[in-house]
Design a protein around this ligand. Structure first.
Ligand code: ZN
Length: 191
């Protein structure tokens, strides 16, 4: 795999930590290594801006177009999210598909790497704590917890099964709901 524009840009900044660098200088600096791979380098200011949005670079407010890399700041940023490499590993393991609905990029659905146990609840940035979710289920999980999102999904299946009188599925869902009861994770939703 070719190094991405962003990783080349980060490499360039990492060579001069804590130095304020203008985007034009960055373009010059990464141009050569980028064009080795047979592509012309377009404007990089969007990439640099995104990197600052991701917390990897610091935008210098009083100097337009200047950014800097602060090693301490970046560690803080990475603490909050999976690295790009880990995201690819998580996506690959899950087949680039949402673990709840099975839809993915092939279906035109955007996917995201989600923390099973959220960072806010001290969930780790480990691969084991990562899972692939589609945008819809990602926002669903932000609003409800992991178990809630799962139970809501079974409630939906249960309701559909009731409509068509699918006794096998009704029995299956009832068993699932009993498991929620058994483990005391039933306080948030009632069937
Ligand atoms: Zn989904």
């Amino acid at each position: 795999m070719h190094p991405s524009r962003k990783s080349l840009i980060m490499d360039f900044f990492k060579k001069s930590p804590n130095i304020e660098i203008h985007t034009s200088e960055v373009t010059e600096g990464v141009k050569e290594s980028f064009e080795i791979h047979g592509k012309k380098l377009q404007d990089i200011s969007t990439d640099v801006n995104q990197l600052s949005g991701e917390g990897k670079l610091i935008k210098i407010k009083r100097k337009n177009g200047f950014y800097k890399y602060d090693p301490d700041f970046e560690q803080e940023g990475e603490f909050h999210d999976f690295s790009d490499v880990d995201k690819v590993t998580i996506f690959g393991r899950d087949g680039y598909k949402c673990v709840i609905c099975g839809l993915g990029q092939e279906d035109g659905v955007e996917i995201a790497a989600d923390h099973k146990i959220p960072r806010s609840k001290n969930g780790e940035n480990s691969l084991e704590n990562g899972q692939t979710l589609c945008n819809k289920h990602n926002s669903m999980k932000k609003n409800y917890s992991q178990t809630e999102a799962g139970k809501r999904y079974f409630i939906k299946i249960f309701e559909d099964a009731l409509k068509v009188d699918d006794s096998q599925m009704i029995a299956f869902c009832k068993d699932i709901f009993n498991v929620y009861d058994k483990h005391g994770v039933d306080h948030h939703i009632k069937v």
